[in-house]
Design a protein around this ligand. Structure first.
Ligand code: NJP
Length: 229
């Protein structure tokens, strides 16, 4: 049976790399992001017969519910969800950051991710499927002045609480927690960063485990550079 995987934030970075890796493993894919222009080339690259692309904003529940209907119409099932769409904040710390930028980030990283979970759970219950959430190393550690980090602490908590709610349902919840990854998330390529394919490999590892293996979370950081000593 071909497995159907939905990826939010699929048009670039970690989401796009995961789509490529999953495509190589034979998954049918549902790719979403706001920009249809950025989704289409990926759909063509991976083979339109195996891919459904849906342009939506994750903060729009009606759009997410309509997407689930489209998935079931096209593929008849949904086996796994990678709730990955997210964005960064603005510099300045709690005293100086642009608070309007906070609104977009909080809505996308926390509320939008929660909506993806709620919209897809009925379909995942039918397949005893798998929910992967993109958290962050920033949701595991203290970063001075970081509202972004606070959104990812929220994702960590959401993942833990969701796993408890779903205990006994057969649905597994995996938190994917990247350190710094070289993606368009950053305006300038970061130094000593992971590649998006490194996080895709972690997601595919979790997805590839048999039903009795519940990978709760995977924290992946770049190896620190060699010191001179
Ligand atoms: O970033 P990027 P990453 N509704 O910018 C989409 C987390 N993370 O791959 O909507 C729907 O290449 C956007 O598409 P578009 C990070 O927090 C990263 O690095 O067309 N989709 C694009 O496809 C995030 O959760 C690092 O603009 C929305 C995608 O999201 C995840 O990894 C470290 C959307 C963003 O792709 C992927 O980020 C870490 C919306 N409202 C965690 N807003 C890192 N890069 O270092 C955005 O710990 N998108």
């Amino acid at each position: 049976m071909e497995q159907v995987l939905l990826i939010t934030g699929a048009s670039s970075g970690i989401g796009a790399a995961t789509a490529r890796a999953a495509s190589r493993e034979g998954y049918k894919l549902v790719l979403t992001a706001r920009s249809r222009e950025r989704l289409e080339p990926l759909k063509q690259e991976l083979g339109p017969e195996n891919v459904l692309s849906v342009a939506l904003d994750v903060t729009d529940m009606a759009a997410q519910q309509a997407m689930v209907e489209q998935i079931l119409e096209r593929f008849g099932r949904l086996d796994a969800v990678f709730a990955n769409a997210g964005r960064g904040g603005s510099p300045g710390g709690f005293s100086g950051a642009d608070h309007e930028a906070w609104r977009e980030m909080l809505l996308t990283n926390v509320y939008g991710l929660g909506l993806t979970v709620q919209a897809t759970l009925p379909a995942l219950r039918r397949t005893r499927g798998h929910m992967l959430l993109t958290g962050s190393a920033a949701g595991r550690t203290t970063i001075p002045g970081s509202m972004y980090g606070a959104t990812k602490w929220a994702v960590t908590g959401l993942g833990y609480n969701l796993r408890e709610e779903l205990r006994g349902s057969g649905i597994r919840v995996t938190l994917i927690e990247p350190g710094m990854v070289d993606t368009p998330f950053f305006d300038e390529p970061p130094e000593h960063a992971l590649a998006a394919r490194d996080i895709a490999a972690a997601a595919l590892y979790a997805l590839g485990q048999p039903a009795h293996v519940d990978v709760n979370e995977i924290l992946v950081r770049p190896t620190p550079p060699l010191s001179d000593a």
